[in-house]
Design a protein around this ligand. Structure first.
Ligand SMILES: Nc1ncnc2c1ncn2[C@@H]1O[C@H](COP(=O)(O)OP(=O)(O)OP(=O)(O)O)[C@@H](O)[C@H]1O
Ligand SMILES: [Mg+2]
Length: 505
């Protein structure tokens, strides 16, 4: 809204917001201001309270204390609701997926607000509007198949389209880009540019701090539910921001790559799965981190799932320490010493009905038997406690349901559970997705420790910097095939990017 710059009312103003859940003070005295046409980064470690604050704005959470003003008007907190926030022009794309997996794109975008003509749903009109929305977003997605068949990034775009439906003036992106690849993120930045031009205010939550510097105008830092600082992005650098977030400086983010490699632990020969990947051959040695790079749809997730016995293969073989193995189910892979950290932790990595302890010890229950039959609950809890402490998990009880943990803390548990077992082959599919910078650092250290203990690691990551920093070798996949393997001097962003796009360098 360039025309009236002189006296601009904030879109959102929060004063002294406190939010208490039973037993947890998630926010204490937080202030936050969002101006029209700005993209405002809301940053902080896992569990800092970013999602909680967002939900106070959308009416999903009712703040315990404090004041909320939307476009200058004070909100009556006791009666504030999601419906009211929507009618005031507030929209959110949640951190968790909220789509109905069996419904198609159009149904998901319009669910709950189908337009009717003569009492019937006017599907043609809905199709048209959905298509216009995708055209605006410049995305080509099949809107007529159940969304469960779509790729993660495509589902994310549908969530975005849904949020934009009512022409909001305030939109919250809670880790919108966590599941996206570089190419898609650029598209998001372009869309943010368009929204800003319209005077829309954006709350941008992300753990990828480079994104803050690329697309945000201002920032607010939270730490443990407390307000730390806010200001203009142009006035700070990356180091200063990291320091505000974790309260200390980070020197070398990546530990040295282990060069002392042992025998080949995992070998894949000419593995093929129709429509996913073909003729894949790779080796991982003891102490080695092998990276898998590739755009969305390159087949990386399917490949690690196949190695883990969770995706059908039609030809080729997997060998563990030279012996051919045929894992048709994950439990067989687990017996062979494999552990998988899947890319979708909420559906595949954790059982949301279970508590922290049970999720942590699930794959290693058998290790805690007394005389072979009785479950040794004490030993089990002790082991779960120790490993989660080591992971610096933010929790108050082992018997706390994992559902209410922040995203990054959930991810730590998915990793912790494999550390409890005698896992030798770690298949890590985007293990740092949605994880804050401090915890990422810890996971990098952990991967480094695994290599020192002569474990074999396959690492899938959309972040090239991460692959270059951690891997001995990087296999680059393009449309289901390996395009190239880079190591040594060829381990550079340029070579990888060219390969990702199918241009052999
Ligand atoms: N419904 C709830 N009930 C109880 N505690 C909750 C609930 N929702 C969040 N919390 C707690 O509030 C705190 C803040 O969580 P929140 O999800 O806002 O963090 P976040 O900054 O979004 O973290 P992340 O980056 O991991 O997503 C955490 O300690 C979390 O466990
Ligand atoms: Mg969150």
């Amino acid at each position: 809204m360039g025309e009236n710059k002189t006296d601009v009312t904030p879109l959102i103003e929060i004063k002294n917001c406190t939010m208490e859940f039973p037993g947890v003070k998630a926010l204490a005295d937080v202030n936050f201001t969002l101006m029209p046409g700005e993209c405002h980064a809301l940053v902080g470690e896992n569990g800092a309270g970013k999602s909680t604050l967002s939900k106070c704005i959308t009416g999903e959470n009712r703040m315990t204390k404090g004041e909320l003003f939307v476009k200058g008007e004070q909100i009556k907190i006791p009666s504030y609701s999601v419906r009211e926030s929507q009618s005031r022009g507030i929209a959110i794309v949640h951190q968790e997926f909220t789509l109905m997996s069996d419904m198609n794109g159009v149904e998901n975008i319009f669910v709950g607000r189908y337009e009717k003509k003569h009492g019937l749903i006017d599907w043609k009109a809905l199709d048209r509007r959905a298509q216009e929305m995708l055209d605006f977003l410049q995305c080509d997605i099949n809107l007529h198949i159940p969304v469960k068949h779509l790729r993660t990034a495509e589902r994310q775009i549908i969530q975005l389209a849904k949020a934009l439906l009512d022409d909001p003036s305030i939109i919250i992106f809670d880790e919108l880009t966590a599941v996206l690849q570089e190419k898609d993120i650029e598209n998001i930045f372009r869309i943010i540019g368009l929204l800003k031009q319209k005077g829309i205010g954006i709350v941008y939550i992300s753990h990828r701090l480079n994104e803050v510097f690329e697309c945000c105008d201002s920032y607010t830092v939270l730490c443990d539910g407390r307000y730390i600082n806010s200001g203009k992005v142009k006035d700070i650098d990356n180091g200063q921001l990291v320091k505000m977030i974790i309260g200390r400086e980070l020197a070398n983010v990546y530990p040295p790559v282990n060069e002392d490699l042992g025998e080949v632990i995992l070998e894949v020969k000419n593995l093929t799965a129709p429509k996913a990947f073909r003729d894949i051959s790779l080796q991982v040695r003891a102490g080695e981190v092998v990276g898998l790079a590739g755009l969305l749809g390159a087949g990386k997730t399917e490949l690690v799932q196949a190695i883990f016995g969770n995706h059908k293969i039609v030809s080729g073989e997997v060998l563990v320490k030279g012996k051919p193995v045929h894992c048709r189910k994950p439990f067989q892979a687990i017996r062979l010493g494999m552990g998988l950290v899947p890319d979708e932790r909420r559906t595949l990595g954790l059982n949301m009905k279970f508590d922290i302890k049970d999720n942590t010890t699930l794959p290693s229950m058998k290790l805690f038997r007394k005389m072979g039959i009785f479950q040794d609950h004490e030993a089990e809890s002790k082991a779960a406690y120790e490993i989660n402490e080591k992971m610096n998990l933010a929790y108050y009880s082992l018997w706390q349901n994992v559902k209410k943990l922040s995203g990054g803390n959930q991810q730590k548990i998915v990793i912790a559970k494999w550390l409890l077992r005698d896992t030798e082959i770690f298949l890590l599919d985007e293990p740092t997705r949605g994880i804050d910078i401090g915890a990422k650092f810890e996971i990098y250290q952990l991967i480094h420790e695994l290599t020192k203990q002569k474990k074999a690691v396959i690492l899938v990551s959309p972040e090239m910097e991460e692959l270059i920093g951690l891997c001995n070798r990087i296999y680059i996949m393009y449309e289901g095939a390996i395009m190239d393997v880079v190591e040594g001097e060829r381990k550079t962003q340029e070579v990888i990017i060219n390969n990702l796009l199918g241009v052999n360098a």
